[in-house]
Design a protein around this ligand. Structure first.
Ligand SMILES: Nc1ncnc2c1ncn2[C@@H]1O[C@H](COP(=O)(O)O)[C@@H](OP(=O)(O)O)[C@H]1O
Ligand SMILES: [Mg+2]
Length: 253
């Protein structure tokens, strides 16, 4: 009997298991590409983006040949707008942090079905952490902190920090910020200056699965796989402060 074709599509691998292996595997590729600082800075960032993208695309094409893909590092095509199942990928979120030797960078893998994240994983390869929708839960204790950009507070985050009496806590990368809330290092992440869908889809998928509140500033759900894949604002926070948070965001000028 002939052996099964190599790289044949696998139905045995569940969507969430595939997402987790992609996030973990691409993270290992990225850690290897940093190898003893043979490359640094912009060159390392460019190589990291490219090799992680190539590996993820090859695995997805092999294991889910009928699904569409939207990735920060690949050309977009209108085909995804006709597809129910779309993988939304950021092969390396926090490229600057990765390239400068920091730990706050992430790999984002999300499967969306009809615009909603279902099976997602976010890896933080430099710390060895992997967050997946089927194994995540909300942290018990509030921290009293608001996770903000490495460049400090802006108008929206200063407003929220003041209204909810939260102390700012600086982290790079959208995925690393969102996972700081999942882990319990922060109570909220608020972003009002726009991001692409790949920056927040898997992080929001994981945060929703953990029982956190995730929405647009007006309280509506974040919808994915739009023709222009851009999200103007969103909030991720502990469910017990969601009401107060939405009220503060509703009062923003
Ligand atoms: N105003 C904005 N518009 C578009 N993308 C933004 C943005 N602010 C942050 N991002 C993206 O969100 C990610 C986290 O950014 P930050 O650490 O500054 O919060 C980065 O992704 P990449 O590193 O994948 O490019 C960054 O490009
Ligand atoms: Mg990104």
């Amino acid at each position: 009997m002939a052996p099964p074709p190599q790289g044949a599509s696998s139905t045995a691998l569940s969507d969430v298991e595939l997402a987790a292996r992609l996030a973990r595997g691409a993270g290992e590729v990225l850690v290897a590409a940093r190898h003893r600082s043979l490359l640094t800075g912009r060159m390392l960032g460019d190589v990291g983006d490219a090799v992680a993208q190539a590996w993820i695309a090859a695995v997805l094409t092999t294991h889910r040949p009928h699904d569409a893909i939207l990735s920060e590092e690949a050309r977009d095509s209108g085909a995804r707008l006709r597809s129910e199942r779309v993988w939304i990928i950021d092969p390396l979120d926090g490229t600057r942090e990765y390239a400068s030797g920091r730990d706050d960078w992430a790999v984002h893998i999300a499967l969306t079905v009809d615009g909603a994240p279902t099976d997602c994983a976010v890896s933080l390869p430099a710390t060895g952490e992997l967050f997946r929708t089927d194994e995540v839960s909300q942290a018990d204790e509030p921290s009293g902190r608001l996770v903000v950009s490495r460049y400090g507070l802006n108008y929206d985050t200063a407003w929220v920090a003041d209204r909810l009496s939260l102390r700012p806590y600086s982290v790079g990368s959208a995925g690393a910020k969102a996972m700081a809330v999942v882990r319990g290092d922060a109570d909220a992440y608020v972003h009002g200056t726009g991001q692409y869908e790949w920056d927040n889809c898997a992080p929001i998928g994981v945060a929703l699965a953990a029982g956190l509140h995730c929405s647009r500033f007006d309280g509506s759900p974040v919808v994915y796989n739009r023709s222009r894949p851009y999200v103007r604002d969103f909030v991720i926070c502990r469910s017990d402060i969601a009401e107060e948070m939405l009220s503060a965001l509703g009062d923003l000028f």
